[in-house]
Design a protein around this ligand. Structure first.
Ligand SMILES: Nc1nc2c(ncn2[C@@H]2O[C@H](COP(=O)(O)OP(=O)(O)OP(=O)(O)O)[C@@H](O)[C@H]2O)c(=O)[nH]1
Ligand SMILES: [Mg+2]
Length: 354
């Protein structure tokens, strides 16, 4: 999966202005009539809902729009160069990289079809009609087309999701995603089956919820162990994390603490609302240990206000309860985000004294 790429975007050159003179019968000294050059094409980046990563851009690094065409006689303006659109997934952040290496956010393409102009085409040169003066009525000069803007651009995809399922390899993340959404991730009894984030759409009562499965995390993912923790960039903009634990693991509490540590080591993920789900309770050995698990987990999680569910992704037990709670928490998180958005700052006025 390619979710970060640096490219060079270059607007097309403007077309040159034209040097030409009117040639008409019976008009011995026709004046200048060279038209202007066309404008160079712009380079834009456009959010395309059918893409999930940047692989459609291939190995190409330089993206240049078409040059403007030359002007021609009869005051004809040259054709403008065609714009070049670079398609990227929804959730792509577009940065301009300065020579100093500093990156500045130009746009966060959050909705399908949203676009940003990243490199403007150059202006066309003026035709010789513009250069005629009282003393020079037959100018043999025209303007040259200008070069387009050239910029280093960094494209970084960060999925915009409602829920991210995180957990150790083999915990059953793909199985859970496949039962709550129409996604069809590969499911297998070995670790790291899922090697890139997978998106699914979970239907809710009022709206759909976007759910992602993040590849398995292990102790040391932040140091590059296993598949590393780069994929967590796709959890940065989620509203809720579901920690999925494998109930058949002999070290459930350690698993929880390792997972939580790996999450906390990645940017601000520690601040996200969470639910813990212990999976595979259909297995008899897990059933047998269930009371003990509950006894050990409850005091840790209730203190933190983190709900816990004991589920079986395979037979659906308690999955509905889990998803209901998840949707409720996502809605709560969305509302509190709206409250702190700058356009919604509440103004509190003191009540007049009686
Ligand atoms: N008994 C039982 N097995 C389950 C359950 N959920 C998943 N499994 C099995 O656990 C194994 C791993 O499931 P996956 O869904 O591939 O797990 P994952 O967390 O996506 O694994 P990775 O992608 O490798 O990180 C598979 O053999 C599943 O059939 C469950 O609720 N009960
Ligand atoms: Mg998986």
């Amino acid at each position: 999966m390619i979710d970060k790429k640096e490219i060079v975007a270059e607007g097309g050159w403007g077309g040159d202005g034209c040097i030409s003179f009117r040639k008409e019968k019976h008009v011995p000294f026709g004046g200048p009539d060279g038209g202007d050059g066309g404008v160079g094409g712009n380079v834009t980046v456009v959010a395309n809902p059918n893409l999930v990563d940047l692989s459609s851009l291939g190995r190409k690094r330089e993206f240049m729009a078409e040059n403007g065409h030359r002007g021609s006689g009869g005051r004809k303006r040259g054709k403008n160069g065609e714009d070049l659109s670079i398609p990227v997934p929804v959730g792509t952040m577009v940065f301009a990289k300065a020579d100093s290496g500093e990156e500045r956010l130009l746009a966060d393409l959050r909705s399908p079809g949203q676009r940003i102009l990243v490199a403007k085409g150059g202006r066309g040169g003026l035709g010789n009609v513009h250069f005629a003066t009282a003393v020079n009525q037959a100018p043999e000069i025209a303007g040259k087309g200008k070069s387009g803007e050239k910029k280093s651009i960094i494209l970084e995809v960060k999925f915009i999701t409602d829920i991210c399922i995180v957990g150790h390899p083999n915990a059953g993340k793909s199985t859970l995603l496949s039962v709550i959404s129409k996604a069809k991730p590969e499911i297998a009894d070995y670790p790291f089956t899922t090697r890139q984030p997978i998106l699914g759409v979970m239907p809710g009562d009022k709206r759909d919820f976007i759910v992602a499965e993040i590849p398995g995390l292990i102790e040391g993912s932040h140091l590059g162990k296993g598949l590393g923790n780069d994929f967590l960039r796709h959890a940065e903009r989620t509203k809720l994390l579901i920690y999925l634990l494998d109930g058949s693991s002999p070290s459930l509490i350690d698993d929880l603490s390792t997972l939580d540590k790996e999450i906390a080591l990645y940017k601000d993920l520690a601040q996200k609302p969470k639910i813990v789900a212990v999976n595979k309770i259909d297995l008899p050995e897990v059933q047998a240990r269930l009371p003990e698990m509950k006894q050990r987990l409850a005091p840790i999680l209730s203190g933190l206000g983190v709900p816990v569910f004991y589920i079986s992704a395979v037979n659906g037990q308690a999955v509905l309860e889990l998803t209901r709670k998840a949707m409720e928490m996502v809605e709560q998180a969305s509302q509190s985000e709206e409250m702190i958005s700058p356009t919604r700052i509440a103004v509190f006025r003191p009540k007049p004294r009686k």
